[in-house]
Design a protein around this ligand. Sequence first.
Ligand code: AMP
Length: 403
Amino acid sequence: MTATATRVLVLNSGSSSVKYQLIDMNDGTRLAVGLVERIGEQTSRLAHTPLAAGGDKRETEGAIADHDAALKAVAAELAADGLGLDSPQLAAIGHRVVHGGLKFTEPTVIDDAVLKEIERLVPVAPLHNPANITGIRTAQAMRPDLPQVAVFDTAFHATMPEYAARYAIDVETADAHRIRRYGFHGTSHAYVSRKTAALLGKDPSEVNVIVLHLGNGASASAVAGGRCVDTSMGLTPLEGLVMGTRSGDIDPAVTFHLKRVAGMSTDEIDVLLNKKSGLIGLCGDNDMREIRRRIDEGDERARLAFDIYIHRLKKYIGAYSAVLGRVDAVAFTAGVGENAAPVREAAVAGLEEMGMAVDASLNAVRSDEPRLISPEYARVAVAVVPTDEELEIAQQTYALVNA
Ligand code: AMP
């Protein structure tokens, strides 16, 4: 890395998509952002926005066969703006890696041994880690000399005490198969809990925060003095809150029942609980905007789906209040948390005895900035804190390569 290398490319490789951002670490400026979707199909799409050049979004459609082709297409777009991967200003590539298991609790420079370990974790993250690995391999082939850093979704939750991380099942069986609660969205929970402390004018070590990351996937975490002490996702992202398409918590016996009585296969149950449950399973829509629109029109199914979603959210706010003992702030983030005022209002309604309340006019404000939405008198600060996982990945990557 040269002294002028201040840029980090962040890659988030999914099974059929790659999201990327090129960030200048001098001030966090986005130089370019983009997304490749539907990789492997005839109708792949690349949307690239060269923010540094002040250019408009460029969209190209047409078959992109695999991640290798996708990254080459991204590199070509960046090069067209003078931001190519061969630039000496590029300090590192930061990769989002979903599952770091017990081994990776910090951002890690990727070498062969690290890559092997990420591969060893595929059985506990079959939907995510393979795509992350493909992204890493492809990026390594393009710039073998450049540091590549893995930032793990699970890492922030590694501080959970053993009694929060263990399931109450036979210890030998659990250990033999690495079954425990790992938690996900950690990059977001880390970023948002720190930003919430800053919003309160405090150091993260001084505050206890409940972070509610409510996107299409959703998770809650209890963060005590900057350290995660509990989170709602578990071995996989299926546990916890009601999500866009995932059930969240259910009695595990539902799965035996579906197998024995409904004759469903393990894969069918997997698809049911991960893709056809949650809001979409309850009412046919997983977009909170559409659900609110239907509720406004008097749609009962949408209303019930919303009520189930809120009920679960409240249970976690209550549980994490008990876990933390003292709560200084509740922070809403991600697509739903940042944008859906009715969700925030309903989640906190009736919690005045717990010191939590939402001011209707503050809650109605739309902004990209972290902000308080609780009234002055409330003991607990309720906040909306936009998440920025890409910036967090870039910062962790840059800090590591400059360490
Ligand atoms: P994320 O996974 O964080 O990108 O969040 C995506 C979800 O955010 C969508 O599925 C919607 O349910 C929700 N969302 C995005 N914009 C809004 C909005 N303006 N109002 C309500 N919900 C929204």
